[in-house]
Design a protein around this ligand. Structure first.
Ligand SMILES: Cc1cc2nc3c(=O)[nH]c(=O)nc-3n(C[C@H](O)[C@H](O)[C@H](O)COP(=O)(O)OP(=O)(O)OC[C@H]3O[C@@H](n4cnc5c(N)ncnc54)[C@H](O)[C@@H]3O)c2cc1C
Length: 394
């Protein structure tokens, strides 16, 4: 017997940070949303699955407020009151502080697993969201009036709009025939949590080393989340180090927080940039890493995705209010048009930073150091960069 198709307005494939936030934004409207994720909830919520934190920009915190989730997440975040950028072996530095940010925190550090947990609880509790997991899309058909997906568990879903929020290796992007440009950085990010002797005073540090950028993101008073993006040739040597030896390597390269001790395991993330040729096809849009995977050097990947979600939900809301088809081409084109500038400028900015700081020539290091000092001295420029990082536009 064939199963009765499940009807919805929006089918979101991928219940990660971006797909989850989109679901939260859409379900403040009278819309029926189905979220499909190929990870079983117990696996998705396992703290060992993802050891990262996300630097949620000030602008993204305002988006999360609209989902109704921010009030419960805020007590579990650490505000970023200052960002200190420096480079090994040179004296140049760049400091951003709250004065550059109209007195607001520039952002907040939030554990990825905690965001996941809040999103999954929301998906279970809101009546107009159905979460189907573990499952993925087996086949997909779209026409002028609707689309239909068959899931790997046999369930049929009919929708008006499908959103591919299934990460940088997006299966939806592939099944829609959207080609993507991928650049491999030959770097892997090692992520871990550390306890340190000195307090961080709500400062985030980005320290550029000849081997790659090393970031300390403030968590509890004496704890930080570390993201060390290393050239791949160093990874196996680092992997062979014990926890104590790895902590010593961190301390040797970044002595400003005193004695360091690892308090979690180490996770590895290969770093690539992926940019598809387009973000839409018939009844389908891409968002989050499926639409733009960037290097974490500036902690902006998820923030870009949250802005995708905000723009799409606004367009869908307007269309739904007027009784229009939320999967029609004009809306999709508008979404792409409104997102392209932000995505391309952020992708180019992060890509240029990675390339600029990956070159180990001494004269270039001197120029970079001077460049940072000059930028540090020009308050309007600093403020502009701060607003950009806060997700408030250029
Ligand atoms: C080391 C590191 C540090 C970072 N730090 C920051 C930071 O501080 N700030 C920031 O803004 N960004 C940061 N980022 C980037 C950020 O992690 C990503 O941009 C963000 O996770 C993208 O979210 P997403 O929901 O689009 O994709 P993902 O997080 O990849 O989630 C995709 C979801 O889709 C599901 N899925 C995948 N394939 C399928 C399928 N075929 N069918 C169904 N479901 C599927 C997955 O299970 C997952 O739940 C960092 C990235 C790295 C690597």
């Amino acid at each position: 017997m064939t199963q009765k198709p499940l009807q919805c307005d929006v089918l979101i494939v991928g219940g990660g940070p971006v797909g989850g936030v989109l679901a939260g934004l859409l379900t403040t409207l009278p819309l029926r949303v189905v979220v499909v994720d190929f990870l079983a909830p117990e696996k998705a919520l396992d703290k060992n699955q993802d050891g990262r934190t996300t630097a949620v920009s000030w602008g993204s915190s305002l988006i999360m407020e609209k989902t109704g989730l921010w009030a419960q997440l805020l007590p579990h975040t650490t505000p970023i009151e200052e960002i200190r950028v420096s480079q090994a072996l040179t004296s140049g530095f760049l400091h951003f502080n709250q004065e550059d940010a109209d007195g607001h925190p520039m952002g907040f550090i939030l554990d990825n697993w905690r965001l996941r947990q809040a999103l999954y609880t929301m998906m279970e509790e809101r009546e107009n969201i159905t979460l189907i997991a573990p499952a993925s899309v087996k086949s997909l058909e779209c026409d002028a009036s609707q689309g239909q997906a068959e899931l790997t568990n046999g369930q049929l879903i009919q929708f008006r709009l499908i959103v591919g929020a299934d990460g940088r290796l997006s299966q939806i992007r592939e099944s829609m025939g959207i080609k993507a440009y991928t650049a491999r950085y030959d770097q892997t990010a090692i992520v871990t949590s550390v306890q340190h002797e000195q307090p961080h005073h709500c400062r985030a540090f980005e320290h550029f080393l000849p081997t790659g950028p090393l970031a300390f993101l403030p968590v509890k008073t004496h704890q930080s989340s570390v993201v060390w993006s290393l050239q791949n040739k160093w990874i196996s040597a680092m992997e062979s180090l014990s926890q104590e030896e790895f902590a010593q390597e961190l301390e040797r390269r970044f002595p400003y927080l005193g004695k360091i001790e690892l308090i979690s395991k180490r996770w590895h993330y290969p770093l690539v940039m992926t940019l598809p040729r387009r973000m839409t096809t018939e009844r389908c849009v891409l968002m989050g890493d499926a639409a733009h995977a960037i290097h974490p050097i500036a902690g902006q990947g998820a923030n870009l995705g949250f802005r995708d979600a905000e723009i799409l939900s606004g367009l869908v809301q307007n269309s739904a209010r007027l009784g229009l088809d939320i999967g029609e081409e004009t809306l999709l084109k508008r979404y792409q048009r409104q997102r392209v500038r932000d995505i391309v400028s952020m992708t180019c900015m992060t890509d240029s930073l990675v390339r600029l700081f990956s070159r180990s020539s001494q004269s270039l290091a001197f120029v970079r150091g001077q460049g940072m000092s000059w930028m540090n001295a020009i308050a309007p420029l600093r403020r502009r960069l701060t607003r950009h990082a806060m997700g408030l536009g250029l």
